[in-house]
Every structure is written in structure tokens, then in C-alpha cells.
Design a protein around this ligand. Structure first.
Ligand code: ADP
Length: 747
């Protein structure tokens, strides 16, 4: 229970502490407050007085020593010239200002001080007073009661008239305007006194204390070479109170001569200008003196002006109205109400708008240029597209462009001529291409599609397609990858060329070549007929002899069956040999389309030699074979390759016809060159090849023989070429020639 109470107490203290912290501390607590009563004899909102008040307050508010409470009383004494009003007013002031007491009174203009002295309550009489007056000459009669200070400025009546006369050198008459109030009269007095010095140069006319209508009328009918000097009109001749600046404005409207005056507060109400007193500056001076008094000083004397509150000020509108050039104004003159040119008034706005317009114009022109460029680019693009589309559309080949997802982006109309299907068919159904492929070429197509396009950027394959009427057409398909500048895959460009005619021509040529090769072989065999007959005859004779011998052994008693068995075995051997020769000949003369099989070259060489070994051209020729033990094999047509060998061997034999018998040598070699190819060479010791004949050796119908056809080497070359190989010949350094061919190996 105790602890709860303790806690509540602590919280309360805390809250109180916070509360105290939050209360704004009165910063002025340390600064004493001073109360000042400011008296003004006329009504409020008189421009001169308002300016004075501003200057006064601005100095006070800058003071750090005090804070001020200002009380302003515009007593309006002219409009209410009534004893009772005065007494009541002072009663009121007594009520208002006896408690708390004032620290200082500023009596503006002598009438304020006179009024205070005459009617002021006791409570105000004890307060120090500053008398503020515009000009020492307006102070009037000596003061009855001492004041704390008198602050005066200067109404430069002479200076202003001298200025006016400088600006209007032909002026003859000066009309001085003053009202009927005490203040007006005091100003009139001052003017009369001060203008005395000028009376020899101009004539002065005093429009003083006139009724308003008359005043305005007079002002409007001034003789030539006149000017008006406006002092003040707070009351007219009829006793009617006015605001002096208002009267000035009325006169200025009607007057037929320029008006000058001595107070800055009249600038703007109708005067051309003057060497005028700034009430703001005067107010500031009064405040300075007030501060000194409050601090305890006792100036007690007249604080006259240092002239800093007077300056040449003009109204541009009236300068213009009276045709006064600004060049004529004294140096340092201030010209108010200048009618600024549009440029002077709105320079920044104009510059801003101009800048915006410029930027806008720039942007618009940039936009127009870019639009124009874009339009040109679009047109160029359209033209280019039209051009390339026209080219693509009318190309003979079937062109298409497929997107990465397989969709056809473009398909040239020529596909219809080649495939029988319209472009629309392919566009709508990209799988149609696969379906019209010949089943035998599916594997080639699949392999092509699977192959890495980066490794084979341009890929060419030949395919067969089937048209809707069932006919087969050959196309050569070439395609490449399309990428953008960054290597992004954009699809595939393909071109399909109809090569049916070329293919058919090739097939036909091949058939002709085969037929020719067949004929050549047949001719060759025909040439070999004698030696072949001998080759077959030999085993047949042996068979005959062996059969006779067998008969003899069988007729013996007891028959020698062992011998008969041996003889029969010989007969079988001889028969086999004869069959082999016959089979070899049959193979060579058989007309078969070319085939692809693994051909062991060593065997092919042996078989060929078996055919010709005993042939007459090779009689008494040393036949040597140097065959590679690695048993090289190639993929190809066995009979065609044997035909090549046969050609080379028989040519070699022919070349050695005149070679002395002991020197005739034929060497057949097979050598694996590298792991990929094999070379077969036939070297002879014959005549060698004529130098002039070397270049044309493999051309058709080139022969040196009387009975030669000149087709052997030509056919040999086309056979070797069809097998992907090369054929060549050279003369041996030791004499004779070597013919060779190189084929890719079947690994
Ligand atoms: P043909 O044997 O009908 O003349 P080939 O095309 O077989 O036709 O031979 C063309 C020519 O090449 C022969 O006429 C011959 O002059 C020359 N020739 C071929 N082989 C050899 C060789 N081993 N030595 C010298 N010349 C040869």
C-alpha cells in the first residue's frame, strides 16, 4: 500500500516536472517593459504620421534593453474643435493611462504638446515628454513647461522652391497653398518668412484659408508661368476639416500648373516632387531620443536634424505630365511611380517565358526532325522490305524463315512450284515439310536438324520430297542461323533449290559411265580372251590328264584307290581354278548397278593379278606385290576398283612391250598413308609418260596407241572420284611410270 502511494507520488512529480518544462519560459521576463503614449493632434491614417509611426516602431523593436507597450492616440483636434470634447478626451486618457503609468509621452507636433499642457490630467503631466516637430520654425512660442527633449527635422521650403525654379526657369508666379487650421497657418507663416529671399525673382500669391471650391477653382485658372507650392490644408476657409493629402489630390486634378511640396508623404498625391522630409527617418530619430531618455539621460534640448531625413523625391507620373526630363533632376534623386516598361516590369517573367518558348520550340523542332527521320526510316524500311519481299517472293528457290519456336515467319510462294503445296499450307502447318520428305531421307533430315548449327553455320543437304501427285523431286536444302547483333537466336533462314533435273542428269551420266565402263571391261576381257582361254584350258587339260590317269589306276588290279583319291583331289583343285577364272570374267562383264561394300584392297589386287598373270601382255614380266599387312579396306564397288587396277596393270604391260625381258618389272603396292587413307600404286619399268602428254593423261580419248580408245584412264579417274579419292601419275627417276590412286579408308 505504501509503495503504491510512493509510486503515484513519483509519477505526479514527474508529470509536474514535464509540465514545467513544457511551459514556455517568458524570455522577456528579464527585460523591463516600457509604456509609451504617442499623441498625434489630427486624425489617424495621415500618411505622414503613419510613416513616422513606422520609423518609430522599427527602432524600438530592435532594442534589446526594453520591451515596449505603445499606445497611440490620434486626437482629431481639428475636426472636433470643442472644449467639451477636449475635456472628455483627457478624462478618457486619464482613465486609460494613470494606471499603469506611462514611462514616456511623444507629443507629435506642437498642437499635441499644447493640448497636453492645457488639458492633460495630472497623471500624464508627470510623465517625461518628447516634442517631435517637423521643423524648428514650427515650434512656435517658447515652451511654458519644460520637456524631456525636442526633436525637430527640416521642412526645406527654400530648397524645394529653388529646385522648382530650376526645373521651371520661366516661372513668374508661385501660388502657396495653405489651409485655415492652426497647423496650416503655422506652415503659412514659415513659408512667408522663408520665401522672402525669392520675392525679387518671382511673385508669391498665397491661397490661404480659402473655401475648398474656391481653392480648386483658383488652382485651375492660374496664369502662365506659375507653379503651386503646397504646404498643408487640414481645414478650409469654411472651417471644414480635411485630410491634407486628399486636398492636394483634388487640387492636382484640376490645377493648370505643377505642384511642389516639402513632405515625402505628399509624393503620390499630386506633387511633382521636392526636397522632402522623410517622416519615417524622423520617426526613427524620435525613437532614438526616446531610448536615451528611458535609459536615464536628460537631453532636455532641441535635437535638430542632421539633414539625413531629407532627400530629392519625385513622382514620375507628374514629371511626365509637366514634361520635365529626368536628366534635369538633381543627382541622387529618387523617382517613384515610374511607369516601368513591360520589359522592366516583367523582365524575369518574359525571360522565363522566352526560355520556355525557346525550349519548347527546340523540343518541337527536335521532335519534328526525329519524326521526319523516323518517317524516312519507316519509308526506307518499307521500301527495303518491299524490295526484299519482292526478291524473295519472285525468287526461283523456295525460301523460308522460321522462328525459334518453329513457326514460319516467311515462306516464299515458289514453294508451290517445287512441292505442289501452297505457301499457306506450310505457314499453317510447319510439320508439312517433314511429312513430304521421302522416307529414305528421313535419317539425313533428322541428323541435319540435330546437328549443332554453331559448328556448321551453312549446312547443305540433298533430300527427296514427294509432291501431291506422287512424283519425287530432289531439293538441295541450305540453311543458316539468324542472330541479332548481340548473338540472340532469331531463327533459321533456309533456301530449298529444286535440283531434280540436275540429279536426274547425274543419274543418267552415272548410268552412261557405268555402261561405258562395262563396255570397256568387255573390250578388255575380249583382248584378254586368248590368255584367258589358256588360263581355263590349263586346268581343263590337267583335269583330262588326271581323269585318264584315274581310269588307269582304277583298271589296275587291285585298283590303286589311294592314287585315284589323290588324282580326284587334284581334279577338284583344277576345276576350282577354272571356275574362279570364269567367275572373275563373269564378274567383270556382268552389268550391275554400282554397289557400296567393304573392299579389301590386298584381295582385290590379288584377284586382278590372278586374272592377268598368265595373260600375254604380262608374259615374262616379273610381278611383285608389296601389300600393306594392315589389310586396308575401302568402301566402294569391288568390280569398279578392280577395273581401275586392271587398266593400270594392262597399261603398264603395254608400256613395257619394248622393254628387254629381264628388265620388265611390275610392282603393285598398297600402303596405308595415315590412319585415314590408303594409296595403291602400279609401278612399271616401261617407256614412261611423254612429257607433253602428262597434263591430258586422264582426259577422254587421249591415247598414244594406234588401236587405243583413250578411255581407260578417264574411266578410272571418274571411278576413283566417285569413291571420294584422287588418281595421279608420275615418271620414275629410274625409268618407267608409276600410276597411283588414293582412297579414303573404311575404318
Ligand atoms: P589407251 O590405253 O586406250 O590408250 P588409256 O586411257 O588407258 O587409253 O591410256 C592413255 C594413254 O596413257 C596411253 O595411250 C599411254 O600413252 C599412256 N599411258 C598409260 N599408262 C601408261 C604407262 N604405264 N606408261 C606410259 N604411258 C602410259
Amino acid at each position: 500500500m505504501r509503495s503504491l502511494r510512493y509510486t503515484i507520488k513519483s509519477i505526479a512529480i514527474l508529470i509536474l516536472g514535464l509540465f514545467l518544462l513544457l511551459i514556455p519560459r517568458d524570455a522577456s521576463a528579464a527585460v523591463p517593459t516600457k509604456r509609451i503614449l504617442v499623441l498625434f493632434p489630427y486624425e489617424s491614417n495621415m500618411p505622414g504620421f503613419l510613416n513616422l509611426d513606422n520609423g518609430f516602431r522599427s527602432v524600438l523593436s530592435a532594442s534589446k534593453d526594453y520591451q515596449f507597450e505603445l499606445y497611440l492616440e490620434c486626437m482629431d483636434l481639428t475636426r472636433f474643435p470643442d472644449e467639451r470634447y477636449y475635456e472628455k478626451l483627457m478624462d478618457l486618457y486619464h482613465e486609460k493611462y494613470s494606471n499603469p503609468k506611462m514611462d514616456l509621452i511623444v507629443a507629435n507636433l506642437r498642437p499635441s504638446l499644447d493640448f497636453l499642457e492645457r488639458y492633460g490630467p495630472e497623471s500624464l503631466r508627470q510623465v517625461p515628454v518628447i516634442l517631435s516637430e517637423q521643423d524648428p520654425r514650427l515650434l512656435g512660442a517658447p515652451l511654458e513647461v519644460p520637456v524631456a527633449a525636442v526633436v525637430t527635422d527640416v521642412l526645406d521650403v527654400e530648397g524645394t522652391l529653388a529646385l522648382a525654379m530650376r526645373l521651371h526657369p520661366d516661372v513668374r508666379n508661385v501660388f502657396v497653398v495653405t489651409g485655415a487650421s492652426q497647423f496650416d497657418r503655422s506652415l503659412e507663416g514659415m513659408a512667408r518668412e522663408r520665401f522672402r529671399n525669392f520675392e525679387s525673382r518671382v511673385e508669391f500669391h498665397y491661397l490661404s484659408g480659402l473655401p475648398m471650391e474656391e481653392l480648386i477653382q483658383r488652382a485651375s485658372q492660374l496664369p502662365e508661368h506659375s507653379l503651386l507650392f503646397y504646404m498643408s490644408v487640414f481645414k478650409d476657409g469654411n472651417g471644414k476639416a480635411f485630410k491634407s493629402p486628399d486636398v492636394l489630390a483634388l487640387i492636382a486634378e484640376e490645377a493648370n500648373a505643377p505642384i511642389y511640396s516639402v513632405a515625402e508623404s505628399y509624393i503620390g498625391s499630386g506633387i511633382v516632387g521636392g526636397h522632402v522630409l522623410s517622416h519615417t527617418a524622423h520617426g526613427a530619430r524620435v525613437a532614438g531620443v526616446a531610448l536615451r531618455i528611458l535609459r536615464g539621460e536628460k537631453p532636455g534640448h532641441v535635437e535638430s536634424s542632421d539633414g539625413s531625413g531629407i532627400q530629392y523625391v519625385f513622382d514620375a507620373r507628374w514629371l511626365k505630365r509637366w514634361g520635365i526630363s529626368k536628366e534635369k533632376l538633381p543627382p541622387g534623386s529618387i523617382v517613384r511611380y515610374r511607369e516601368f516598361s513591360l520589359w522592366e516590369t516583367y523582365r524575369w517573367q518574359i525571360l522565363g517565358i522566352a526560355a520556355i518558348l525557346f525550349i519548347q520550340a527546340f523540343l518541337i523542332s527536335a521532335l519534328i526532325v526525329s519524326l521526319r527521320k523516323q518517317r524516312l526510316a519507316d519509308r526506307a524500311l518499307r521500301e527495303a522490305e518491299l524490295k526484299y519481299r519482292t526478291v524473295a517472293d519472285f525468287t526461283h528457290d523456295w525460301e523460308y524463315w522460321s522462328a525459334p519456336d518453329g513457326r514460319l515467319l516467311y515462306n516464299s510462294p515458289s514453294c508451290e512450284r517445287i512441292t505442289g503445296y501452297s505457301s499457306r499450307h506450310f505457314m499453317e502447318d510447319p510439320s508439312l515439310f517433314g511429312r513430304i520428305l521421302d522416307p529414305e531421307d528421313h535419317a539425313i533430315w533428322e541428323e541435319h536438324v540435330r546437328a549443332n548449327p554453331l559448328e556448321h553455320p551453312f549446312r547443305t543437304i540433298q533430300l527427296r520430297i514427294r509432291t501431291p501427285d506422287g512424283s519425287v523431286r530432289w531439293i538441295e536444302h541450305v540453311c543458316r542461323l539468324v542472330t541479332d547483333e548481340r548473338g540472340e537466336f532469331l531463327g533459321i533462314r533456309a533456301s530449298n533449290r529444286d535440283i531434280t533435273d540436275r540429279k536426274n542428269a547425274e543419274l543418267e551420266a552415272q548410268q552412261h559411265r557405268e555402261a561405258l565402263a562395262h563396255v570397256t571391261r568387255t573390250v578388255t576381257i575380249g583382248e584378254l580372251a586368248t590368255s584367258l582361254a589358256h588360263e581355263i584350258n590349263q586346268p581343263l587339260t590337267a583335269i583330262l590328264c588326271n581323269a585318264g590317269a584315274a581310269q588307269r589306276f582304277l583298271s589296275a588290279n587291285p585298283p590303286d584307290l589311294d592314287e585315284v583319291r589323290k588324282i580326284l583331289s587334284d581334279i577338284i583343285q583344277d576345276d576350282k581354278r577354272a571356275s574362279e577364272v570364269i567367275q572373275g570374267i563373269r564378274n567383270l562383264v556382268k552389268k550391275e548397278p554400282s554397289r557400296r561394300e567393304t573392299v579389301r584392297l590386298n584381295e582385290a589386287v590379288q584377284e586382278t593379278l590372278a586374272l592377268v598373270r598368265t595373260a600375254s601382255p604380262l608374259e615374262e614380266t616379273s610381278l611383285v606385290t608389296e601389300l600393306d599387312s594392315r589389310q586396308p579396306a575401302v568402301l566402294g564397288d569391288r568390280i569398279q576398283l578392280q577395273q581401275v587396277l586392271l587398266n593400270l596393270v594392262l597399261n603398264a604391260a603395254a608400256a613395257m612391250k619394248d622393254t628387254p625381258q629381264k628388265s620388265r618389272q611390275l610392282v603393285i603396292t598398297t600402303v596405308v598413308q595415315d590412319s585415314h587413307s590408303v594409296m595403291v600404286s602400279v609401278r612399271d619399268s616401261g617407256t614412261g609418260i611423254d612429257k607433253d602428254f602428262m597434263d591430258r593423261l586422264f582426259e577422254p580419248f587421249c591415247t598414244k596407241k594406234v588401236d587405243g580408245l583413250g578411255m581407260g584412264l578417264s574411266i578410272s579417274r571418274s571411278i576413283i572420284k566417285a569413291h571420294g579419292g584422287t588418281i595421279g601419275a608420275r615418271n620414275n627417276p629410274e625409268g618407267g611410270a608409276t600410276f597411283y590412286f588414293i582412297l579414303p579408308m573404311d575404318i
